[in-house]
Design a binder for this molecule. Sequence first.
Ligand code: 5GP
Length: 105
Amino acid sequence: MPSIFSKIVSGGIPAGIMHQDELVTAFRDVNPAAPTHILIVPNQEIASLDGLVPGQAELAGPMLLVARGGYRLVINRGPHGGQKVMHLHMRLMGGRPLGPMLCEA
Ligand code: 5GP
């Protein structure tokens, strides 16, 4: 089964796409925790950051280069990190001063 983010990447599920190229897609989070909350994902379905094998490590650069403006980047990994969608994603949050940390319930 493709992940929910793979369905967004392929256009099967609508999302506010901000950027898409051959490697990376960025789209608005459906449940924003900040005025700007964008998810940046590799188009290829990779479960999590530690699922990156050496041949895929070059995806990390394009994911970072999509980010623009003033922001905080967060990658949740595993249950302790609070990762729920098992498709590697980087959250870009901003749109206001975020303070020292952004807390979610
Ligand atoms: P996680 O908790 O896995 O690190 O983050 C998953 C993020 O994906 C959450 O912020 C959640 O709001 C977002 N999300 C989950 N399902 C969808 C969806 O169908 N569309 C969009 N745009 N965002 C989603």
